[in-house]
Each structure stands twice: as structure tokens, then as C-alpha cells.
Write a protein that binds this ligand. Structure first.
Ligand code: DC
Length: 230
């Protein structure tokens, strides 16, 4: 069957990466988590002292962009690729609430987006890729054969994320997580460069009240139908 590009966009914590990983495994495609790339640049900015009390030293960060090397390396045991920042595995560090608090501002910087979008387009050149993010169906792969747009209520999403953070041992409250989810929704959909929005030809998928298995079956069916038509 002809390989296609699958673009998955949507609000934070809508289970984009879960469905993307499931699809990639079932179809033997490459999965690319573009949020991890924005998170890694954010971690780099934090470590270099470019983010203080919400003020970002954009110019200093942009100057150092060529020195940021991002790489995904497949981890057999985990079954997905982990993020490496300048040779260091930062998979854990990029998932903290601290990084989540700063990432939307970093993702709104035009030069950061330019660099990452270019990398993402290269990764998808050969097709056979499932990529998730905010602008995949609108900017990175406007011609993707299948575009999904995931939504769920902010409360449902915050409770999923809260559970994840507690399981990791993070000391957070539900309220903090809900505020972060709502704040990121606002910033991601109101920024000037490539805001999060539904592509005209995307399928909107609300999974507030849907189990993972049912969601996977339905989406895999969409993908197969699209692949058959190629
Ligand atoms: O998917 P995530 O929550 O890990 O993404 C982290 C942040 O990165 C999110 O708040 C918005 C930003 N992002 C983006 O602007 N464009 C993408 N393609 C992916 C993520």
C-alpha cells in the first residue's frame, strides 16, 4: 500500500501522541513528536538563563539557534524515539511543568518555528510518517493525505495530564495543571505565527468521552481508507 503522511494537530493533552504512536506502530511508520522539539528549545533557553520571570531574551536565543542540535533516537524498549538536545537525552527534562509553562512563548518565536518546521519537513520527505503538533496540517504538511484535529474539554485534558505528572512523582496541584492547559490553549491559538487552527480538510475528533481502543480503531480505519485511495 502507498505510504502517506498523517498530520495530527490539536490542543495540548488531547492524546495526540498516544494515537500517533499507535498509528505509527500499526502502519510501521515513523512517529515525530514536534512538541518535543519546541520543548527541547525551551529547555535550552531555560538552561542558558534566557527565560527569567516570563521575560525571554529572544535575540540571544535566536543567535544561538544554530548551536541547538536536536535529534530523535529510537528506543527499542520504549517503542518510540526519544529527544536528544546537543547529544543529551532530555526526554524526562522536557516534560516538566516548568518547561510546559514556558514552551508556548518559545514556540511563538518566528525564527524558532522556521528552524523546526524546516527540520520537520525534511523528516517527512519520504512519507510514511505520523507527525503531531499544532501546525502540521496547516503549515508543515498542508498536503498531508490524512489530517486529524484532536479536541477534548479542558477539564478532561487537565485531569489526564495531572495523573501523568503525579505518576512521574511531580509535586503539582490539579488547579495548576488546569490553568496551564487553559493558558497554553489561549497562547497556542492566538499567536501571530502559525496559530493552532483547524485545517479546512482536517477531521475533527473529540475524544472527551471516548476510550483509547475505540479511538484507535476508528482512526486506523480512516487511515486505511485514505491509503487505499492513493
Ligand atoms: O504537544 P506538546 O504539548 O508537547 O507541545 C508543547 C508546546 O509546543 C505547545 O504548547 C505548543 C508548541 N507546539 C507548537 O507550537 N507547534 C507544534 N508543531 C508543536 C508544539
Amino acid at each position: 500500500m502507498q505510504k502517506i503522511t498523517i498530520a495530527i494537530d490539536g490542543y495540548s493533552s488531547t492524546g495526540k501522541s498516544t494515537i500517533a504512536k499507535q498509528l505509527a506502530k500499526a502502519l510501521e511508520y515513523v512517529y515525530v513528536d514536534t512538541g518535543a522539539m519546541y520543548r527541547a528549545v525551551t529547555l535550552f533557553a531555560m538552561r542558558n538563563g534566557f527565560i527569567e520571570e516570563k521575560t525571554i531574551e529572544t535575540e540571544a536565543l535566536v543567535k544561538l539557534l544554530p548551536k541547538i542540535n536536536l535529534k530523535f533516537e529510537y528506543n527499542d524498549a520504549l517503542g518510540f524515539a526519544e529527544m536528544y538536545l546537543n547529544g543529551e537525552n532530555v526526554e524526562k527534562e522536557i516534560r516538566t511543568l516548568e518547561v510546559s509553562r514556558n514552551v508556548s512563548e518559545i514556540a511563538a518565536i518566528e525564527q524558532v518555528r522556521f528552524k523546526l518546521v524546516e527540520m520537520q519537513q525534511k523528516m517527512g520527505e519520504e512519507k510514511g510518517v505520523v507527525m503531531d503538533g499544532r501546525d502540521i496540517g496547516t503549515v508543515v504538511f498542508p498536503n498531508a493525505a490524512l489530517k486529524l484535529f484532536m479536541t477534548a474539554s479542558a477539564e478532561k485534558r487537565a485531569s489526564r495530564r495531572y495523573k501523568e505528572l503525579l505518576d512521574r512523582g511531580d509535586d503539582v496541584t490539579f488547579d495548576e495543571v488546569l490553568k496551564n492547559v487553559e493558558h497554553r490553549d489561549y497562547l497556542d491559538s492566538h499567536r501571530e505565527v502559525s496559530p493552532l487552527k483547524l485545517a479546512d480538510d482536517a477531521i475533527e475528533f473529540d475524544n472527551s468521552d471516548m476510550g483509547l481502543e475505540e479511538q484507535f480503531e476508528r482512526i486506523l480505519n480512516y487511515a486505511k481508507r485514505v491509503m487505499e485511495k492513493q
